[in-house]
Design a protein around this ligand. Structure first.
Ligand SMILES: C[S@@+](CC[C@H](N)C(=O)[O-])C[C@H]1O[C@@H](n2cnc3c(N)ncnc32)[C@H](O)[C@@H]1O
Length: 268
């Protein structure tokens, strides 16, 4: 069984079995945490999102060797995936463990946590679903706490409440957590539960250009190899050209903005 989800059309939602609970790990790396959890919870579906191809392959290998049939990995950018490709209010847990902290101020716009991610996170979690977050980076930890505190002040009321994070025995450590613990570094963790608020559609993604390296999304979408990336890029161009409906056009423009510029896409 192939555990890698092949994305050929970045506008088509991921095929998820809505009859089973779903847990998602953002930046799942080589899958140490998620594949173990999948093995222990055979009645639940597990989805890893990871943009590094080598790690995606290692995740796949772990599933094959362990005969784990309920875990899959998607090589795609997490914010885009949350925003456009996941079913509404279905995930019972989302795990974000040791996300890249982007410590330099000029790189803060690359960070995952921000208002856009919280919008999409709330939309994808079932009501009462939990986000589990852990990091070794104190400043990023504090920034994420602030981000949720700011979100609670939004018009329409708080949509997350802070709850006790899960226990962190050795059995739940990720690859990075293992490495940090071995170095004796402190680990900061927190969790939030989603609350009922008015459910509005998500706004189309507007990514500031400085937040995305040129052609970044194409590299991240490319699920297998260069050929797949080229096909995908052509598909984007075709669909932008056809302008079948406003929603799709907006979405495609979102992707293009993330690629870098329209001219780059058209040229290819
Ligand atoms: C510091 S590593 C941590 C990996 C794993 N969570 C662990 O704790 O061992 C961060 C991982 O997130 C992935 N990643 C970072 N930003 C991402 C994004 N926007 N979308 C998908 N994956 C991302 C990176 O490729 C990397 O594998």
């Amino acid at each position: 069984m192939d555990h890698i989800i092949r994305v050929t059309n970045p506008c088509e939602p991921i095929d998820i079995d809505l009859g089973k609970p779903l847990e998602i790990e953002v930046g799942c790396g080589k899958g140490q945490f998620l594949t173990r959890r999948a093995k222990e919870n055979p009645d639940c579906e597990f989805l890893g999102i990871e943009r590094m191809l080598e790690r995606v392959r290692l995740f796949d290998g772990k599933c094959r060797r362990g005969s784990i049939d309920n875990a899959r990995v998607l090589r795609l950018e997490a914010l885009y995936t949350f925003h456009y490709l996941l079913p509404d209010h279905h995930a019972r847990r989302v795990y974000v463990f040791f996300p890249d902290p982007w410590p330099k101020k000029k790189h803060h716009s690359h960070r995952l946590f921000g208002p856009l991610f919280l919008d999409a996170l709330w939309k994808r979690l079932e009501i009462g679903g939990k986000l589990e977050f852990a990091t070794d980076h104190k400043e990023y930890f504090e920034t994420v706490l602030e981000c949720f505190a700011e979100d609670a002040k939004r018009e329409g009321g708080a949509r997350f409440e802070r709850v006790e994070p899960m226990a962190r025995p050795k059995e739940v450590w990720t690859e990075f957590e293992t490495m940090f613990r071995e170095q004796g570094l402190p680990i900061y963790s927190a969790a939030w539960r989603s609350l009922t608020v008015e459910d509005r559609p998500l706004e189309p993604l507007r990514i500031p250009p400085e937040a995305e390296p040129r052609e970044g999304i194409v590299r991240r979408i490319g699920s297998r190899q260069d050929v797949a990336e080229t096909e995908l890029r052509e598909d984007i161009v075709r669909r932008i050209g056809s302008r079948q409906n406003v929603a799709e056009t907006e979405l495609r423009e979102g992707i293009v903005r993330r690629i870098g510029s329209r001219q780059d896409v058209a040229e290819t």
